[in-house]
Design a protein around this ligand. Structure first.
Ligand SMILES: [Zn+2]
Length: 419
């Protein structure tokens, strides 16, 4: 049964979220350190102290800014596995996260929200029709000058409030719950230094999805391909029969790949080749692609195809005209759920029990959960409630955050041991 997460607790959740978003914690892809920005320590220290004050068990903080903590089991004959909830405290470097000034809109009436009276910055259902689904709810938005950071401070607030709720309600029988908070997810490094062994959970859920009901356990297989084409630069006046213009060859090479298999022409489970960068002059061209496919076999075929195109290019223009390097990036986590679909089923049931319609879909991207899954911690992704991530239109409804918190509470109580 879904616990009675009443108005008092909803208030705690909202206040906690507002406190978190006001702490500047943008990550930086240019930095090599972990966390990538010194400012992330501000929120790390804040949450570390908060978790200790709330009375969580074995609260620890490592030198890379990873926080681990536990809600102990209160089962009498405990043979249930420890499971975890994970979220990230950095915000995206795509837009300013400094001086976030959240605006609260109670009982949303479906009209335009003027977020900033000076700039007239407006969040409008004309531009974002999804707003109509939030009639009567309490929305939290930006003031139009920053992002909000619901990605993923909504996840943080939900997990911490669920932990506080469980500690305050010993009558709710639950298994041991691990909590893991990471830096630098937005720059693709959230999972890198996560200590799966120390965390000690059999599986976990990232609370880092968007709309209510989202449940994701499939993502792309991903690789990067770098094709280099070597030309021969000669003075154009004396170039007859001698010059090999790498830029022209690059233009030709690009056309050899299927032109209808790009991010702009595919959806759902269709994979693609995405030309991400092209630098060329007469003497050398460097063409960068990312290759994506949910299906492992099709993914291998994509890598084979681009390699063969390079080979036939060399047959046409001479040995070593073109070379290719393929770097593996991440794998579809679905493969890690073979025989363990109960991990997904438990989350789905937790949603149904909270009267939420599960929306199970494949991610056209990767998540930290995908990396963690390959590090030995199977980790589907659950909604945290925010929308329009990484920009000034970002918002979250308090009701959505409440629903996410209820999902956590229901998972905590679920029977997890498989026979
Ligand atoms: Zn996120």
């Amino acid at each position: 049964m879904t616990p009675n997460f009443n108005a008092e607790w909803q208030e705690k959740l909202q206040t906690r979220f507002l406190n978190y978003v006001k702490i500047f914690s943008t990550s930086d892809p240019e930095s090599e350190s972990t966390p990538s920005t010194v400012r992330q320590w501000d929120i790390v220290k804040y949450i570390f102290e908060e978790l200790k004050t709330l009375g969580l068990e074995d609260v620890s903080l490592d030198e890379n800014g990873y926080i681990y903590a536990y809600v102990p089991s209160n089962l009498e004959n405990d043979d249930e596995p420890t499971i975890g909830f994970i979220s990230h405290y950095d915000t995206s470097p795509d837009f300013s996260g400094e001086n976030v000034n959240p605006q609260i809109w109670k009982n949303y009436n479906g009209e335009d929200l003027v977020l900033n009276k000076v700039t007239n910055f407006t969040l409008s259902p004309n531009k974002f029709p999804i707003l109509k689904e939030y009639l009567g709810e309490t929305l939290i938005t930006t003031d139009g000058t920053t992002l909000l950071g619901a990605d993923d401070k909504a996840g943080l607030a939900e997990i911490v409030t669920a932990a506080e709720f469980l500690l305050a309600h010993p009558e709710i029988k639950r298994s041991r719950i691990g909590i893991g908070f990471t830096p630098d997810e937005e720059i693709g490094r959230g999972a890198h230094k996560f200590d799966v062994k120390k965390f000690g959970a059999e599986w976990a859920y990232t609370m880092d999805g968007s709309e209510v009901g989202e449940l994701e356990y499939e993502n792309f297989n991903a690789a990067q391909a770098i094709v280099k084409i070597h030309g021969l630069s000669v003075h154009p006046g004396y170039a007859l029969g001698k010059m090999v213009n790498a830029s022209l060859l690059a233009a030709e090479f690009i056309q050899t790949l299927p032109t209808n298999e790009t991010p702009a022409t595919t959806k759902g489970f269709d994979g693609f080749y995405h030309l991400t960068d092209l630098k060329s002059d007469v003497s050398e061209a460097k063409i960068q692609y990312i290759i994506r496919d949910h299906d492992a076999e099709k993914f291998e075929n994509r890598k084979k195809l681009i390699t063969e195109k390079v080979k036939s290019f060399n047959e046409k223009y001479g040995e070593k005209t073109a070379e290719i390097e393929i770097k593996e990036q991440y794998r579809n986590m679905k493969q890690q759920f073979d025989g363990k679909m109960y991990i997904v089923d438990i989350a789905e049931q937790a949603m149904i029990d909270a009267e939420i319609k599960p929306k199970i879909k494949a991610i056209r991207g990767g998540t930290d959960g995908a990396q963690l899954s390959y590090m030995g911690l199977p980790c589907p992704n659950i909604f945290a409630g925010g929308l329009n991530f990484h920009g000034p239109y970002e918002f979250v409804s308090v009701e959505s955050m409440v629903k996410a918190t209820k999902v956590i509470l229901n998972i905590a109580q679920a029977k997890k041991k498989q026979k």
